[in-house]
Every structure is written in structure tokens, then in C-alpha cells.
Design a protein around this ligand. Structure first.
Ligand code: OSB
Ligand code: MG
Length: 370
């Protein structure tokens, strides 16, 4: 098989409410959509879910556009490959830039699954017919607003609540939510806002029976996380620190965390996401599917990977209405009673709607093999 054509579209959707973390606040999301056509006439879509700023990870939408256009396209367009393992080998010399790679790789998985008339979930080894869905709630300056949101999503049936925390928005926030809602499945995400100097705050968080504490320490650290884990009863969950199955192996070896958040884009694609899943399953380490505010294409890929058996904790893959008024795929991705049904159609199982995509596209690039 060969890629005959690669298209890039820079697209933007407004968020239904601003999303604040310890490091950024966003009112809209810009992602690059990747569309590929194979020489056998099949096509596939992928989504490059990089944030527009470098406050979560070093990549940005602009670096992803650059990598996709100037390196990943020339390295793959018109080149022969026979499996996804083969495909990623074409750009093995490109270091890092996982978000850019993930968008292109996803489009190839979709194209291959469609060419075989197979759902992406089945092709990945998925076994679940529904995935358990949780929500990630941004930092709210008004605690009353946060409480109302928790109430709303619990009423909608979501299986667990994740609260963003950071210095000044931590112990009191968790304490207020516990006081109001009791023993709900609850976890927090610090997006690397603390250091070991904040041990007293982290130890205070340890007393709330949280499912896990996500990425409390630096984005590029594992050693301090291991030190912290040794002194905490709550499992530490790594997000930013894990970019590959090799990273996951090392983290487990030193007990830097006892849960892993698998994000397709952060690890460079579905193939690596599956490899991390397989490793964790073999080590009985629970994993869950994280998110990057994906539009329908990336969200569909998240649903597919989350159908693998090791995804034993509810993920951040919520219905798309949590973020967007109108998404870019049909049918709309919905969570019912806290579950999303894994689609049974070929490929991603949701159809990108080109007119909607065109309306929100601000930049376009397209190359065809000679
Ligand atoms: O750290 O998990 C994170 C969103 C953007 C960047 C980083 C993170 C998040 C979320 C929201 O927590 C996940 C989602 O609902 O898509
Ligand atoms: Mg996180």
C-alpha cells in the first residue's frame, strides 16, 4: 500500500465553556485534521490534537503543521508499506513530535480498517462494546460553579469526576466536593504544577480516598514521582511523563506511578498506545484513556482504543457535547448513562462531515504523489 495523497486542514471550534488548568486557559480549540488517500482508492481521517500553546507539552499546532508538511509528508507520500508497523518505520528518524505523528498515523489506521471493512476497535484488539466515560473539569474561580458542574455530570450518569488542581486550588476544592458529594469516584490532575517542596499539600490530598493523583510533578520527571509514590497511599498516575512504551516500562520499573493515562496523541499514535496498554495489562497496571479536547475524529479514535481490555478505569472520553455545540462527525458522539457505545461500522465508525469541516478550516495544504 502507498499513500497517494495527504491533506492537512487547520480547524477551530469554540468551547462551550472556557477550560482552565494549572498552566493555561482556553476558549476555543484548534486542531489539524489529516486526510489520506491510498493508491487503492481508500481514504482515512486523523486528528492532530496538539494544544496551540506549549504549556502542556513542547509541541504546538504550528510545530505540528511544520512537521507534517515538511517532514512526515515527504517521508511517507508515495512510499510502500504493508502494515502500520511498517508505516511508522518510514519516519523512525524523526525524534519526538508525537502529536504530529499521531494525526497522520490515525488517518492510516482509519484507511486500513475501512479497506478491510473492519471497525478500528476490532482491528486494535478491542473487546468492550461500551466504554466507561468520565469528565475532566477545569479549574473554576467560583467553587459554587464547580459544585454545580459536578452535580450536572453526575446526574448525566458520568462514571467519575476528575478535578483540575494547582497551587491555591487544591485541598479546599477537593474537600468541598467530598463534603458535598460523599464517596463518588473522584480523582485530580495537577498538570505538573507541584514539586517535592509541596509535599504537605500532596500528603493532604492523599487523605481524600482519591482514585489517583495525575501528574503532580514535572512533565519530564519520573524520579521524583517515584519518591512521592513511596510516601503516598493514593496511586500516582502519569500523563505528561509518558511518551512511549519504553517510558512506561521504566516508570513501572522504578514505581514512579501505579496507573497510566494513555493519550493517543501524546504517545505518537494508536500503535504505541496499544503497546503501552499491552505492557500495563501484562503487569496488572490499570490504564485509562485521556483526552485533549478532541473533535469527533480524535474522539472516535479514543473510543476505539478505550475498548481494549486493560482500560479498566473510566477515561476522560466524554460525549462531545461537553465541549462542542456542533462536532465535525455524524452521528454525534454521546455518553448515555456514563457509557459510550463502541461503533460497529468500518474504520473510526463516525463520518466526518466535509461541509462542517470546510466552514471551520482556516488553512489548507495538500500533496499528491507524483
Ligand atoms: O492533562 O489530561 C490533561 C485537556 C487538555 C490538555 C491536558 C489535559 C486535558 C484534560 C481534558 O484533562 C481531557 C478531555 O476531556 O479531553
Ligand atoms: Mg492530565
Amino acid at each position: 500500500m502507498k499513500l497517494h495523497r495527504i491533506e492537512l486542514r487547520l480547524t477551530r471550534l469554540p468551547l462551550v465553556r472556557p477550560f482552565r488548568t494549572s498552566s493555561s486557559v482556553k476558549s476555543y480549540i484548534e486542531h489539524i485534521l489529516v486526510r489520506v488517500e491510498t493508491d487503492s482508492g481508500h481514504s482515512g481521517w486523523g486528528e492532530c490534537a496538539s494544544p496551540s500553546d506549549p504549556y502542556y507539552c513542547p509541541e504546538t499546532v504550528a510545530t505540528c503543521w511544520h512537521m507534517l508538511k515538511d517532514f512526515l509528508t515527504p517521508l511517507t507520500l508515495g512510499k510502500e508499506w504493508s502494515s502500520l508497523d511498517d508505516f511508522v518505520h518510514l519516519y523512525r528518524k524523526v525524534k519526538g513530535n508525537n502529536f504530529a505523528k499521531a494525526g497522520l498515523e490515525m488517518a492510516c489506521w482509519d484507511a486500513v480498517a475501512r479497506s478491510q471493512g473492519q471497525p478500528l476497535a476490532a482491528m486494535l484488539g478491542g473487546t468492550r462494546r461500551e466504554i466507561a466515560s468520565g469528565v475532566s473539569l477545569g479549574i473554576e474561580k467560583d467553587l459554587g460553579v464547580l459544585i454545580a458542574l459536578v452535580e450536572q455530570y453526575l446526574a448525566e450518569g458520568y462514571r467519575r469526576i476528575k478535578l483540575k488542581v494547582g497551587p491555591g486550588h487544591d485541598v479546599e476544592v477537593v474537600s468541598a466536593v467530598r463534603a458535598k458529594f460523599g464517596a463518588i469516584p473522584l480523582q485530580v490532575d495537577a498538570n505538573s504544577a507541584y514539586t517535592l517542596a509541596d509535599f504537605d499539600i500532596l500528603k493532604a490530598l492523599d487523605s481524600f480516598d482519591l482514585l489517583l493523583i495525575e501528574q503532580p510533578l514535572a512533565h519530564d520527571d519520573m524520579i521524583d514521582h517515584a519518591r512521592l509514590q513511596a510516601q503516598m497511599k493514593t496511586p500516582i498516575c502519569l500523563d505528561e511523563s509518558i511518551h512511549s512504551a519504553e517510558d512506561a516500562r521504566k516508570a513501572l520499573e522504578i514505581d514512579a506511578g501505579r496507573v497510566i493515562n494513555i493519550k493517543v496523541s501524546r504517545v505518537g499514535g494508536l500503535r504505541e498506545a496499544k503497546a503501552i496498554h499491552d505492557l500495563c495489562l501484562a503487569h496488572k497496571i490499570p490504564v485509562w484513556c485521556g483526552g485533549m479536547h478532541e473533535f469527533g475524529i480524535g474522539r472516535a479514535a479514543n473510543v476505539a482504543i478505550a475498548s481494549l481490555p486493560g482500560f479498566s478505569l473510566p477515561g476522560d472520553v466524554s460525549g462531545s457535547d461537553k465541549y462542542y455545540k456542533t462536532d465535525l462527525v455524524e452521528p454525534t458522539i454521546v455518553a448515555k448513562c456514563g457509557e459510550i457505545t463502541v461503533p460497529s461500522g468500518p474504520g473510526l465508525g463516525y463520518e466526518p462531515i466535509l461541509e462542517r469541516i470546510d466552514r471551520v478550516t482556516s488553512r489548507y495544504h495538500d500533496e499528491t504523489a507524483k
